[in-house]
Ligand binder design. Structure first.
Ligand SMILES: C=C1C[C@]23C[C@@]1(O)CC[C@H]2[C@@]12CC[C@H](O)[C@@](C)(C(=O)O1)[C@H]2[C@@H]3C(=O)O
Ligand code: AKG
Ligand code: FE2
Length: 331
């Protein structure tokens, strides 16, 4: 349940709007080596440059695992409020407050680190099955995120830039044992019967990490900002995965890829459950445009170097909608 205090509803009310449908590009991760894979890699790069957003097909994540994780999450959100609140320390349960700087949304959520020291130890007997399924789901989606980054490296012509262990430079940033990855499960209850036609579910923002892999239960609500700033709605698709370019990937590509601004609007009678994997780098990783990608800009980097923990610390002080990269841009 999401309970808003007097005055808070006005903060998240939105005017009725039906943005046009986004033209979401599809990338087939299962394309066989050769011309088909080269075409998929080119399509991926074009989508990241143009929109910072695309759909992934041929992803290899078992549908049964997705359904089971989503059903277990929906079951958790249906529990009594007191039980859910009790899982704040173990499952990162929260409601209506996003981050610590006053952002509100018509949402309740779970927010989990992907590399906790002893994952199952923090789960109670009643949340153990949910925790186990979310862990299994995360492993599968993280693998997919790395496969997307491998294909991306091929499309960018930097696939030989690994250290010989098979992973390319981009995939390795998310694959390492100490990579700072997270899983978020959001539940947007149906829009309440009020005077407002639309509510902010999750306010507009860009994701700070390298890559986000999102899926939802076939309920609409996700919108992406186009280059001209206009919103476009992402058609609901219960079977697909969507990928967002994050701020860090914008930096690594020296601004060639676009960290996509997105939001969730609640105007549906159906509840929306989404699961998002955020692939972030290890805390001490120094981030800067990849040298191989500086060519197009005459060798000039648009961003100053920073570590992921520096970026995270500075980002945690910002409101959701703020541009977190501007302070790292070179003049
Ligand atoms: C307002 C905030 C919530 C957020 C941390 C921040 O200070 C700014 C970035 C927000 C965001 C957006 C993407 C992810 O949902 C998230 C977990 C993340 O890494 O950055 C959230 C943060 C959060 O909810 O704590
Ligand atoms: O719940 C969604 O569909 C998107 C949420 C989102 O953008 C986020 O959690 O960062
Ligand atoms: Fe997001």
């Amino acid at each position: 349940m999401v309970v808003l205090a007097k005055g808070e509803l006005e903060q998240i009310a939105l005017p009725a709007a039906a943005p046009p449908r986004a033209d979401v590009r599809s990338v087939d991760l299962s394309a066989p080596a050769g011309p088909a894979r080269e075409a998929a890699a080119r399509a991926l790069v074009a989508a990241c440059e143009e929109h910072g957003f695309f759909r992934v097909t041929g992803h290899g994540v078992p549908a049964e695992l997705v359904r089971a994780a989503e059903a277990a999450a929906a079951g958790f959100f249906a529990r009594p409020q007191g039980e859910k609140d009790g899982e704040a320390p173990t499952l990162g349960y929260g409601s209506k407050r996003i981050g610590g700087n006053g952002d509100l949304g018509w949402v309740e959520y779970l927010l989990l680190g992907v590399n906790p020291a002893v994952p199952a130890a923090s789960a109670s007997s009643s949340t153990l099955p949910l925790r186990g399924l979310l862990d299994e789901y995360t492993v599968a989606v993280r693998r997919m995120a790395c496969a997307v980054l491998e294909l991306m490296a091929e499309g960018l012509g930097i696939a030989g830039a690994g250290d010989g262990d098979g992973d390319t430079v981009l995939a390795r940033l998310v694959a390492r044992a100490d990579s700072d990855c997270m899983l978020r499960v959001n539940h947007y209850p149906p829009r309440p019967a009020l005077n407002y036609p639309c509510l902010t579910g999750f306010g507009e923002h860009t994701d700070p990490q390298i890559i986000s892999v999102l899926r939802a239960n076939g309920t609409s609500g996700l919108e992406v900002a186009l280059r001209d700033g206009a919103w476009a709605s992402v058609p609901p698709d219960g079977d697909a995965f969507f990928v967002n370019v994050g701020d860090t990937l914008q930096v690594l590509t020296n601004g060639r890829f676009r960290s996509v601004r997105h939001r969730v609007v609640v105007n549906s009678e159906k509840s929306r459950v989404s699961m998002i994997f955020f692939g972030g780098p290890p805390p001490d990783e120094r981030l800067a445009p990849l040298p191989q990608l500086l060519g197009d800009d005459g060798g000039r980097s648009r961003y100053r170097d920073f570590t992921w923990s520096e970026f995270k610390t500075s980002g945690c002080r910002t409101r959701l909608a703020e541009d977190r990269l501007s302070r790292f841009e070179k003049q």
